[in-house]
Design a protein around this ligand. Structure first.
Ligand code: NG6
Ligand code: CA
Length: 512
């Protein structure tokens, strides 16, 4: 063969090798992309099973949340781990039922960090898998060391010590002090000459309170919430100082949404995990003026409309950046709905026919299904078929194990003990989901198949303040959810053996 021909052959085989290499690289890339999709978890607060139009609401339209459902899967039996905020978030991030761990009840505004550095969390696991990890919005899992956070200095530990690279936080909830944002380790826009002091015991400083100066309020409390007034709204707890840094409730949704969108833009070239934790529709419900009056339900309905707008901004950012196809978007809520949660915001008066929990009994604070069964819609166009409805029993506590499996991470033996790998159910490939699930309110309940067992408990059956049936009764309760989704007919007396069996299963899980 002539030398020119040799050269030609060599270059041909080189081209062949190059193209095979390219193909392999492309395939690898495709594999690594679908094994490492971006993950956006949009976490509403106190949004009930019946509060979005894709779950049947007609008094408010939620086209963006509905879009996630129609382009992905709507789960009819998706759960928060608990019927209040802090234990739900704790369990979702750690994969451990919150009732196993002391100090995971609703956190005060000055609570110290509840999840200790070193714990495996959803964020630390994804961080180890090569993700950029950020949390924007409501935290409510405590900040700072045991003696409390230094609001005027470095605030740690917090999200950055348990796996997040970035945080922009409402430290607890909007109804409790301190009413300031925290970005990474510091209060945003703090004037060092006007230091923050916070107390949940005695009054600090001399600022007006809701109890002493109701004339200064633009929104009045209905129960509690009568301490320091910030932005015309009295809160839980006392606060002084930090005036320049104080939030304006009407701007909160815009503020956190722009931070969330910026986070997506900045991390678009890496796989990223964004925990976008909305404040809506928690009290005080003070949506931006552009949403006021968009529903006939007053602030609670308008806050749902605002929630949908926030969601739409995230979806639009993903579209704009060409990220939609390979991003998992999960929209869900931290617990069920409540109408009057402490402010006179006309939520009860203007409710009309709207059913915040849809067909379910109870709501926030409740052992009935309304306490933890929440909107749960997931979209991932690259992998998940559109327009699906799934009745699989799934829970937010399973995200840790599921996403670890997805991203090829092995969890340490002690990590996420209650988290199951439900990836197949989340992708719509398995219609069963969990074998059983423990639900947490004031007492525990067990879901298994069509059945639900509520353990007996002491205390009032109704939370008078919020007018919620909390599900507590001195005798055991057993419901067949297939026949009786609204938990009206207690079958415990008719099925004593099933009661015993489920009680034993709950006892076993409890002692695991
Ligand atoms: C309760 C508050 C309620 C709400 C809840 C926490 C009173 C009387 N009630 O203690 O308004 O803030 O805590 O809600 O203070 S959660 O969704 O963050 O769990
Ligand atoms: Ca909540």
């Amino acid at each position: 063969i002539s030398s020119s021909c040799k050269l030609c052959c060599m270059s041909k085989s080189l081209t062949a090798w190059l193209s095979i290499g390219l193909l392999v690289a492309l395939t690898n890339n495709a594999v690594s992309q679908t094994s490492h999709p971006n993950i956006v978890l949009i976490y509403a607060d106190d949004l009930g099973y019946g509060d979005t139009s894709c779950y049947g609401a007609t008094a408010v339209a939620t086209p963006h949340i509905d879009r996630i459902a129609s382009e992905g899967i709507r789960f009819t039996d998706g759960h928060a781990p608990a019927a209040t905020c802090t234990p739900s978030r704790y369990a979702m991030l750690t994969g451990q039922y919150a009732w196993r761990q002391q100090g995971t009840g609703i956190a005060k505004g000055d609570a110290s960090a509840i999840i200790q550095p070193g714990r495996v969390t959803l964020a630390s696991m994804l961080h180890d898998a090569g993700y950029k990890t950020g949390v924007v919005g409501k935290w409510h899992l405590g900040l700072g060391p045991a003696e409390g956070a230094d609001w005027n200095g470095k605030i740690a530990p917090g999200p950055l010590e348990i796996g997040f690279d970035y945080c922009f936080l409402i430290p607890a909830t909007g109804d409790r002090v301190p009413c300031v944002y925290v970005e990474n380790h510091h209060v945003v826009d703090l004037d060092p000459d006007d230091p923050i002091h916070v107390s949940f015991k005695t009054k600090v400083g001399n600022e007006p309170t809701g109890a002493e100066n109701p004339d200064l309020l633009k929104m009045h409390p209905s129960h509690g919430h009568d301490r320091t007034i910030v932005n015309g709204i009295s809160r839980i707890g006392y606060m002084t100082g930090g005036h320049r840094a104080r939030w304006v409730d009407e701007e909160m949704a815009d503020r956190i949404t722009s931070k969330a969108v910026a986070y997506i833009e900045e991390n678009k070239d890496d796989p990223f995990f964004l925990f976008f934790s909305l404040h809506d529709i928690h009290v005080p419900r003070v949506p931006h003026p552009r949403f006021v009056g968009t529903t006939a339900m007053g602030p609670r309905g308008d806050a749902i409309a605002q929630t949908d707008w926030c969601t739409g901004e995230i979806l639009a950012a993903l579209d704009r950046l060409n990220l939609t196809d390979n991003t998992i978007v999960l929209f869900t809520s931290d617990n069920g709905p409540v109408v009057d949660d402490g402010y006179q915001d006309e939520a009860a008066e203007k409710l009309g026919d709207h059913q915040p929990a849809g067909p379910l009994r109870g709501g926030k604070y409740s052992s009935f299904e309304g306490g933890t069964r929440v909107p749960f819609v997931l979209r991932w166009p690259a992998k998940v078929k559109a327009n699906q409805t799934s009745d699989a029993l799934v829970c937010q506590i399973d995200l840790l194990h599921s996403f670890a499996t997805l991203t090829g991470q092995t969890l340490a033996a002690e990590a996420g003990p209650d988290s199951h790998n439900l990836m197949a159910a989340l992708l719509g490939e398995d219609s069963q989901g969990r074998d059983h699930l423990v639900q947490q309110a004031r007492t525990l309940s067990l879901r298994q198949g069509d059945w639900k067992y509520l353990e007996p408990g002491r205390g009032p059956a109704i939370n008078k303040n919020t007018n919620t049936e909390v599900g507590v009764a001195p005798q055991a309760q057993l419901y067949n959810l297939r026949a009786d989704l609204g938990e009206q007919k207690n079958l415990a007396d008719q099925h004593p053996q099933r009661v015993d069996k489920m009680k034993a299963t709950l006892g076993r899980v409890r002692s695991e």
